[in-house]
Design a protein around this ligand. Structure first.
Ligand code: JHZ
Length: 397
């Protein structure tokens, strides 16, 4: 049974930036109801409304993986690990974005899949074989006729973005060699519950996996997790190492049992856990608004730092307009001088002096807190302060 536990209100598409201020409407399909649900049988957490992939991932998609040193370093060190631990003949990446991972491999050893044509163009220009299509059974069969099989499939922050998980895994099983490895990484549901990071939910994040729910899904495809790592990216993610059950060469690491036990201890298999989480989310909204209003009443100016998809959920759920957060700043060319969907706050191009014009910076990109605080020492030294809602709303310097 699928049971709803959290209502994050009317939301726009998280990555649909506008050139002009725009009042969005439900009628035109620009706003949708963001409800979060728990499947009591599979233990899978998902959003209730599905937006078509074509509407979300098209040639205007602005998110670029290479925009932060944290992500560049993460992909670089994973590439080294893949070469050392698995040494694949052919690696296929589902959701290759702007090439942040594949550029660490030689061109004759990787295949990129990227349906956002603006991003696929980047890796094509770099001369990497890139299919600008959605990942599905037809595509996997097409690649199979050319390459027969691939021995490593990698996908970061992509599989949870595809509604039809049966098709996703059927297509993977279709092309993965008998002893092939599948590595996937996505934000961890356990970290989301612990950090109260309700902003991990938006239209693109259709699912938030736990090791428990992923295990149940993989079972249907005769796949199993043989190792798992907690990684810091995207506010705490899990990197799952998966193989066919028939491949007995690789033992199941203790890390898998440990992760599942941690999740059971936190109650991720029980609906009541999510009801409690929902209460904490409601309190977080009240507290954040209290802080922002207090700063505003003291005539201080706030800038949002990092126009993230997550921030779109926060702003729209908490109803934060430009009277509370005057602007955002971001380094992504596709977001600059555009307006945050639903709240019409302008995104300004980042420069190292931009924070000087503000008293507070709200961390939209809280997942890069370390990188950002390191970069903005001068702002802090000059009396600037940060505001974050994770794990609970507070001001800090
Ligand atoms: P970041 C996106 O989510 C969307 P978002 C997507 N659905 C997903 O799953 C994850 O990514 C993977 C900027 N920035 O990574 C760059 C600065 O301006 O948290 C980005 O716009 N200065 C695919 O959008 C944004 O912040 C900086 O110093 O929540 C970060 O976005 C740094 C570090 C970042 O993903």
């Amino acid at each position: 049974m699928i049971k709803k536990f959290l209502d994050l209100g009317l939301q726009p598409l998280a990555n649909q930036y506008f050139k002009k201020k725009k009042k969005l409407s439900i009628k035109n399909g620009e706003l949708y109801n963001l409800n979060i649900c728990f499947n009591t049988k599979s233990k899978l957490v998902s959003i209730s409304k599905r937006i078509s992939s074509q509407k979300m991932f098209n040639s205007r998609y602005p998110y670029r993986s290479s925009m932060s040193s944290t992500m560049r370093n993460s992909f670089m060190s994973l590439s080294k690990e893949i070469k050392k631990r698995f040494n694949p003949n052919m690696l296929l990446e589902i959701g290759s974005n702007d090439g942040a991972l594949i550029k660490n491999f030689s061109k004759d050893k990787v295949i990129g899949i990227e349906p956002c044509k603006n991003l696929a163009k980047i890796t094509k220009r770099m001369k990497y074989l890139t299919y600008d299509n959605y990942w599905d059974f037809n595509l996997s069969s097409k690649i199979k006729t050319k390459f027969k099989s691939v021995d490593l499939i990698y996908s970061a922050n992509t599989l949870t973005h595809i509604s039809d998980l049966n098709n996703v895994f059927k297509s993977i099983v279709n092309i993965l060699s008998d002893n092939g490895i599948l590595i996937i990484e996505d934000p961890s549901l356990l970290e989301c519950i612990k950090k109260n990071s309700y902003d991990q939910f938006y239209n693109e994040h259709i699912y938030l996996f736990s090791a428990i729910s992923l295990k149940n899904i993989l079972n249907k495809f005769k796949l199993e997790i043989f190792d798992v790592k907690n990684i810091v990216t995207h506010g705490g993610s899990l990197r799952y190492y998966i193989k066919r059950k028939s491949n007995k060469k690789l033992p199941i690491s203790n890390n898998v049992y440990k992760q599942i036990n941690k999740e059971i201890q936190k109650g991720l298999h029980k609906f009541i856990t999510y009801k409690k989480f929902a209460k904490k989310v409601e309190n977080s909204k009240v507290k954040l608004l209290e802080i922002l209003n207090k700063v505003h009443n003291n005539k201080k100016k706030i800038i949002g730092y990092g126009a993230t998809a997550k921030a779109v959920t926060v702003l729209n759920y908490c109803n934060i307009n430009e009277n509370l957060i005057a602007n955002f700043t971001d380094t992504t060319p596709e977001k600059i001088n555009k307006y945050i969907p639903g709240k019409n706050i302008k995104v300004l191009k980042y420069n190292k002096n931009i924070l000087n014009n503000y008293d507070y910076a709200f961390l939209g990109a809280w997942n890069f807190k370390k990188e950002i605080l390191n970069k903005e020492k001068k702002f802090l030294k000059n009396g600037g302060k940060f505001i974050s809602h994770i794990p609970f709303p507070k001001i800090f310097d």
